[in-house]
Ligand binder design. Structure first.
Ligand code: FAD
Length: 495
């Protein structure tokens, strides 16, 4: 960059309204800002450096863009960097895991299929295959000039010096930093047996591998937790024809989303598949046998459930360490960001599960631990960082789960939910297998869940949840089929 163009650039900066929150507040109307221009937010020093970094080179150890965390959102962020021509020689991903980013939901789905039913394995499910994109293998990152540091988590950050230190002692200087560290599985304390051999938590490939080797030898499996992870693992374990019990303190499965009636239908389906339920109970401790391996679960009501393999699915915590100084949200947890994923520190961003962001549609702060948000937040953040995009993230919550999908399963289940599960509910359909639940608040349709709908009906879900039309609840209640209910909902969109 010539000194004249540096002067022009500095002049354009001084006309910007504010640099407080980072790059995207660079004057978007400025002709000097193009899609391919490096847009680090921390000032001239970094900008100049970005121009001296040669393509495909990290020789001076100054990394223009660093992503910490090599999971779902990192994979989609990398793709967006590539799409903007800003990856080659400029982007470094530092990952705790030994694998290139992959579609994490597979770990409790295809990954746990019985071994004779073609289980999913890497490299099959690297991002971005989950959304129909290219499979970004480790070779892809090499070809794109993206530096990957595997198996070396970031242990420390120096915000003043713009440096990171990894576990192995590497010192990395960054221009802009994207924190994409996701969550860690919540664990039972060691003193109640949470670390016994045979007790599993699932977050990473290594965890799923350990579980698969346990399942190969298991006779009695106990799954603790009736949320997404518990439901998916229990469905997988009976696929291995293992004696499987699911245990949870709530009254029904997926209490956070399902209505009691919907949960009952799924519980019956699980029971037909051989899963046993122990509901409304708390765990006292896990007990080991003479060999030190887990042997039983002791419940607070005094009863005991024998198990040689225990999977704990009791939630997850945002992985904020060592980034606590970026500003945490005390209500929903995680690193606080604005509608463009900017933290309180200029040039530092957070995306995916770890980000506490403004959920514009419902006017509240949220942290969303779902893959759709991981993908979309990554794309939104990187576009805002690299281009003139200035609009705020406007996410519509979308959750899904898939169970019993292995070959030979009598019924494969795939449901989707869009919106907010607030207000009264109307359930339509006979679960044969089609079923839908509508959430209505103050006369408006707020959320909708559908299993086994047609593609046209699935396409309607986000439209309904986004526009929140006024619906005739009585008409919906009287609908004789899911099809008719969706006709009513569709016509409310036009009303
Ligand atoms: C088993 C399982 C099943 C799931 N199923 C579904 C589903 O069916 N539907 C759905 O919508 N969502 C599902 N999810 C949630 C979804 O996978 C997450 O929302 C998504 O992975 C979040 O992406 P992320 O990039 O924020 O975090 P992650 O994908 O978790 O990636 C974070 C990465 O950062 C690494 N890391 C952490 N700390 C550091 C550090 N200090 N230095 C370097 N690296 C670090 C981690 O090891 C990890 O590799 C599932 C999650 C799990 C665990």
């Amino acid at each position: 960059m010539s000194s004249a163009s540096v002067r022009r650039f500095m002049a354009s900066l001084s006309n910007c309204p504010s640099l407080k929150h980072g790059v995207s507040q660079w004057c978007p109307q400025s002709s000097s800002l193009t899609r391919t221009q490096p847009s680090s937010s921390i000032g001239f020093r970094t900008f100049r450096r970005s121009y001296v970094v040669a393509s495909s080179a990290f020789a001076n150890e100054n990394r223009e863009f660093v992503i910490v965390g090599g999971g779902n959102s990192a994979g989609y962020a990398a793709r967006t960097f590539v799409e903007h021509g800003m990856a080659d020689g400029r982007l470094c991903i530092v990952s705790k895991e030994a694998y290139a980013p992959y579609e994490r939901p597979a770990l409790t789905k295809g990954y746990l299929f019985p071994l004779d039913k073609k289980p999913a394995r890497l490299p099959g499910f690297h991002t971005c295959v989950g959304s129909g994109g290219e499979r970004q293998t480790p070779e892809w990152y090499k070809e794109k000039g993206i530096e990957m540091l595997y198996g070396d988590p970031v242990a420390d950050i120096d915000i003043e010096k713009q440096t990171l230190t990894t576990n192995s002692g590497k010192l990395l200087k960054y221009g802009s930093l994207i924190v994409a560290t996701g969550c860690t599985a919540s664990r039972f304390p060691e003193k109640i047996g949470g670390n016994l051999p045979g007790v599993h938590y699932i977050r990473e490939v290594a965890d799923a591998d350990a579980l698969v080797s346990s399942l190969e030898k298991a006779r009695k499996v106990a799954v603790v937790g009736g949320g997404y992870i518990g439901m998916e693992v229990a469905a997988a374990a009976v696929g291995w024809k293992l004696d499987t019990t699911i245990i949870f303190p709530e009254n029904h499965l997926l209490q956070r989303l399902f209505t009691p009636s919907l949960a009952q239908r799924y519980e019956e389906l699980y029971q037909e598949n051989g899963v046993k339920f122990v509901k409304g109970v708390s765990i006292k401790n896990l007990e080991s046998g003479a060999d030190g391996h887990v042997a039983a679960i002791k419940l607070e009501d005094g009863s005991t459930i024998d198990a040689d393999t225990v999977i704990i699915g009791i939630g997850a915590k945002p992985a904020v360490s060592p980034f606590g100084s970026l500003g945490l949200n005390s209500t929903v947890g995680g690193i606080q960001v604005d509608g463009q994923f900017r933290t309180s520190i200029p040039g530092i961003f957070a995306i995916g599960d770890v980000a506490a962001f403004p959920l514009k549609i419902y006017d509240r702060m949220a942290r969303v631990e779902h893959v759709d948000h991981a993908r979309q937040s990554a794309q939104h953040c990187i576009k805002a960082l690299l281009s003139a995009q200035t609009h705020n993230y406007d996410y519509l919550p979308y959750f899904y789960s898939r169970v019993f999908e292995y070959e030979g399963s009598p019924r494969k289940v795939w449901w989707q939910f869009f919106g907010d599960n607030v207000g009264e509910t109307v359930e339509v359909g006979n679960f044969d297998p089609k079923i839908a639940t509508f959430w209505i608040e103050s006369g408006k349709l707020k959320g909708v869940l559908l299993e086994s709908g047609s593609p046209e009906e699935f396409e309607l879900l986000p439209k309904l949840a986004r526009s929140q039309p006024v619906v005739d609840k009585a008409k919906l209640q009287n609908a004789s089929s899911v099809e008719q209910a969706f006709d009513i909902a569709r016509s409310s969109l036009q009303g």
